[in-house]
Design a protein around this ligand. Sequence first.
Ligand SMILES: [Zn+2]
Length: 64
Amino acid sequence: MGANEQLKPCPFCGGRAILKVNHGFNKEVISAFVYCEKCGANTRSYALERTANEAWNRRTNNDR
Ligand SMILES: [Zn+2]
């Protein structure tokens, strides 16, 4: 578990963003995405935690 960039609050509702990571048998990261625990907004799945994190932080209100 590396330290991640801080996730910005949800651009839609200001709720807390959660990084969800799916691990394989060898603990490797299979996919990762970020979602809002309040309104459920989410990114698509990415292969890397960092990519999902960056995608979320770059997100604007226009994306939905
Ligand atoms: Zn939200």
